[in-house]
Design a protein around this ligand. Structure first.
Ligand code: NDP
Length: 329
């Protein structure tokens, strides 16, 4: 079993030395457990937060522990009722080639329904984040204007497309001309703003002539502040993530324009996808039908080789990933 264990708490961007790469014998499953050959490992911005000490929505990964990660694999051995050799499961299998884990913490999936990587993408955690984050927290109404940042990424690209399905005017903020072209030409967003080369306030005024009703925030920082300045009465701001700040070595500063919430009686609300776990089946069913009907596109960025983990994870923070980033073991 090849695995990455957290060796020390990273400071700033993750480095290879923050992990220990080990090869250990795989542990045989005990009662209630399954042993899984890991095939695809989801690389998520949240993993950076899980490496930090301190209170969060989930316990930090302990030093010396296998790095936590969502993943998909096939059961090699089972000591759990209802789970058989050859079944395909998703769960927090970790950054390793073989996981021995309680079956109750895994979900069986049907690989005949869609290609396996989709279960870590549109039909998995990022898909559920976009679906419930936008619909349950953002509550968009037809004709309203949605702005989403990280717009060419796993969550953001889905948010914008769901917004179009719901009849909204959708503007995406992404880094670089290629990503901006992609979300407009291939995904059907109404407009894109390249935050790396354009002035965001001026471009928001141009692309959102009626103001912003829903801002789906994946990045935080200055982009959040710029959007707050242009929200409408009773706007909803979904705090999904703040990737621009995950590698900060100094304390995060709050938005300067927060009084815009007061003036506009607006709401800014955090969301954690896990809170919707009992509704995933409902979300996945609707996402799957949109995918089948060609109304929703999912893009995966798959990198080969478990050994590349620390460097590949780093791509999320440089914007080198294009679509849902995952490792193929
Ligand atoms: P993405 O596929 O969007 O990849 C991350 C992207 O973030 C990069 O490609 C890059 O795109 C952008 N980015 C990186 N650094 C910056 C920066 N300094 N400023 C602006 N953009 C930056 O990742 P995910 O879709 O998996 O995650 C998106 C967000 O959603 C994250 O904040 C994540 O933590 C959050 N999330 C929250 C969940 C929840 O339950 N609340 C669940 C899942 C995800 P570009 O090239 O455009 O800069």
């Amino acid at each position: 079993n090849r695995q990455f264990r957290l060796a020390r708490r990273p400071v700033g961007h993750v480095k290879r030395e923050d992990f220990e790469f080990r090869t250990d014998p795989a542990r045989a499953p005990e009662a209630g457990e399954i042993m899984v050959a890991v095939e695809y490992i989801s690389l998520d911005p949240a993993m950076r937060g899980w490496m930090n000490e301190g209170k969060s929505y989930i316990r930090p990964v302990g030093l010396g522990e296998v790095m936590r990660a969502g993943a998909l694999g096939t059961i090699l051995q089972s000591k759990a009722e209802g789970f058989s050799t050859g079944d395909v499961v998703t769960g927090a299998l970790g950054v390793q080639s073989i996981a021995t884990i309680a079956a109750k913490d895994c979900t069986k999936i049907d690989p005949a329904l869609a290609p396996k990587p989709l279960f870590l993408s549109a039909l998995g955690m990022p898909g559920m984040t976009a679906y419930f984050g936008l619909l349950a927290v953002g509550e968009p109404k037809p004709g309203e204007t949605i702005v989403v940042s990280g717009a060419a990424g796993a969550v953001g690209a889905l948010v914008g497309q769901i917004g179009k399905i719901k009849g909204c005017h959708v503007v995406g903020i992404a880094g670089g001309a290629e990503k901006c072209r992609y979300i407009v030409d291939e995904l059907g967003f109404d407009a894109a703003i390249d935050y790396k080369s354009e002035k965001i306030p001026a471009r928001l005024r141009e692309t959102c002539p009626e103001g912003i009703d829903v801002y789906f925030d994946n990045v935080g920082g200055q982009i959040l502040d710029d959007c707050l300045a242009q929200i409408n009465l009773r706007a909803r701001i979904v705090i999904c993530g703040a990737i621009s700040q995950y590698n900060n070595t100094t304390p995060v500063k709050g938005p300067a324009n927060y009084l815009s919430l007061l003036v506009n009686r607006a709401r800014m609300q955090g969301m954690i996808v896990f809170d919707y776990a009992d509704r995933y089946a409902e979300g996945a069913k609707e996402m799957a039908s949109w995918l089948r009907e060609g109304r929703l596109k999912s893009r995966e960025d798959i990198v080969e080789g478990l050994e590349t983990f620390p460097d590949t994870l780093g791509r999320l923070f440089t914007g080198e990933n294009f679509g849902k980033l995952m490792l193929k073991v």
